[in-house]
Design a protein around this ligand. Structure first.
Ligand code: ACM
Ligand code: ZN
Length: 527
């Protein structure tokens, strides 16, 4: 096989190999054809080339009729011609050319390609555990090589606040490890050059223990809050009844949004228990004042107000699908679907053609071990709600894999969980290819490319584990989930009703386990 035959993601259009090769000079003349010069920077870095030299070898050509991220490449023995309608299209074309480079030359041929989905994302949780900026860049380079275009950066949670704020320095001071503003800007620029949009997430109104540890006055009870160490869902959240909370969030978001050039900003909205709101005179008064029907509507009001602040700052809010439980959810938002527990609100929204991203926890949560979510499952994931295949519905922007880090402390483990599963998602979202065996043979070749050096992979024998080893790993993971939860956390953690939700329980058993596991698991749970 030649490199032409094992691209990840697979070419979705046409790829025809010609005869002969083009020797790629170390200095490469470029005709930009009206494109910004930044779109060749990463190609030059990846191939060790420099723009310049006597002869023009690389011709960029604007072709407006091509899809947003689509591209065409023609390589002859004399030159490379790239057509695209956007700079990002050029970046993807040149990513392909860089992957084709072998022994200082590229094969002649033509490729015409464009993605199936516009949102091909990965979310990484850097709040539960902190991963250095260099590691985030390494991941961005890897996903960009697979033509994925979104890194959703989960930066705040109960266990940490990872953004340097000059306006509210208590935030990072309480958390210890954080990204400086300079590092954040550097990561965003690094991503932009690679065609990757950063969507930062500042989770609210729940998952805010780290914020409240620094500024407890923004909770309902205004009592001291401890930063958390274990995972869980914690009851003390931002108060929805005090104006001071929105004043604070406005100042905070004004500063934070300025660090991120992208148009989208994730506001979280997941797992926000209403325990404290129900006891709070300010929240109660707000409910009465607005004539709200229930506590979910108070969250609808909260998310709407903050999304309006964001709109004023030129950003669109992305929110987890719980946000849709209230009819007064933000008017203009994108929903990220992860849990079927609140699916009832998701369905009419998706069927109305509104914008959303598919991140079903049973299929695309990459913190679960390979024994529970194997490579094949990720590769074959088709967006669905209940039994209904919604992959072709208007409004579905694409898919995103999520890597939560409650149980991940080291970069090595982070990488092995991501790679190669994230390439399965890249293939799935770009080309929608559906031949798993063919994919794994392509993958084996592709990851041997020098461009992928330095990343740790789960080895091939564990991509889709079977036999007693699969069961052992899955059971050990389940045991570690409960063992790692301290008594304090168990007490404080809210029962998010998952145990009582039959559909969720059934899905958990059948999506993560095999039929033969279930009697053993049920036995364990009864102990
Ligand atoms: C989530 O997993 N709480 C979005
Ligand atoms: Zn309150």
């Amino acid at each position: 096989m030649e490199r032409f035959d094992y691209l990840i993601p697979a070419v979705r259009g046409r790829a025809e190999k010609g005869s002969g090769r083009l020797a790629l000079p170390m200095e490469l003349g470029v005709e930009y054809g009206g494109f910004a010069s930044w779109c060749v920077t990463v190609f030059m870095d990846r191939t060790g080339r420099k723009p310049g030299g006597q002869d023009i070898i690389l011709f960029l050509n604007r072709k407006e009729e091509l899809a947003e991220e689509g591209y065409e490449i023609t390589i002859t023995k004399e030159k490379i011609q790239v057509s695209a309608s956007t700079e990002r299209g050029v970046v993807w074309a040149l990513t392909t050319v860089a992957l084709l480079l072998e022994e200082e030359s590229v094969p002649c041929g033509t490729i015409s390609d464009s993605p199936k989905y516009q949102h091909r994302g990965l979310s990484v949780d850097c709040a539960r555990h902190f991963f250095p900026a260099a590691e985030i860049k390494k991941i961005i380079e890897e996903i960009s090589l697979a033509k994925m275009n979104v890194l959703h950066w989960h930066l705040t949670d109960d266990q940490g606040w990872r953004i340097e704020s000059r306006r509210f320095p208590g935030l990072q001071k309480m958390s210890g490890q954080y990204y400086s503003q300079e590092e954040i800007r550097e990561v965003c620029e690094y991503a932009r050059l690679r065609g990757v949009e950063i969507i930062p997430e500042v989770d609210m109104p729940g998952h805010v223990s780290a914020l409240l540890a620094a500024y407890p006055q923004y909770s309902c009870g205004e009592k001291p809050v401890k930063i958390k160490t274990g995972g869980g869902i914690f009851p003390v959240i931002l108060c929805a009844g005090k104006e001071a909370v929105f004043d604070f969030l406005k100042d905070l978001l004004m500063e934070v949004t300025g660090l991120f050039p992208g148009e989208r900003f994730h506001l979280g909205g997941d797992e926000a228990p209403k325990t404290e709101w129900k006891k709070c005179p300010c929240c109660q008064a707000k409910m009465l004042e607005l004539g709200l029907e229930d506590w979910e509507e108070l969250q609808g009001y909260f998310m709407s107000r903050v999304s309006e602040i964001l709109a004023g700052l030129g950003k669109t809010a992305v929110c987890w699908n719980e946000t849709l439980c209230a009819a007064n959810h933000p008017q203009k938002m994108q929903a990220q679907y992860w849990t079927l527990e609140q699916r009832k609100a998701m369905e009419p929204y998706a069927l109305a053609g509104k914008e959303w991203i598919y991140s079903d926890m049973f299929e695309l949560y990459l913190d679960y071990p390979y024994s529970m979510t194997n490579l094949k499952k990720v590769y074959e994931t088709i967006p669905h709600l209940g039994e209904e295949d919604v992959s072709g519905k208007e409004g579905l922007l694409g898919m995103e894999g999520c890597l939560w880090s409650e149980h991940i402390t080291k970069c090595e483990k982070l990488e092995k969980l991501l790679f190669p599963r994230i390439y399965a998602l890249a293939d799935n979202t770009w080309s929608g290819a559906d031949k798993y065996e063919e994919f794994t043979s392509r993958l084996t070749q592709a990851i041997a490319s020098p461009l992928h050096q330095g990343i740790l992979y789960t080895s091939r024998d564990w991509w889709t584990p079977t036999g007693p080893e699969r069961q052992q790993e899955a059971f050990a993971y389940m045991a570690s989930l409960s063992a790692n939860m301290s008594e304090e956390v168990k007490e404080e953690t809210m029962d998010s009703s998952s145990a009582s939700n039959e559909e969720f329980g059934r899905a958990f058993m059948t999506k993560f386990f095999q039929p033969e596991d279930i009697p053993i698991l049920m036995g364990e749970m009864q102990k």
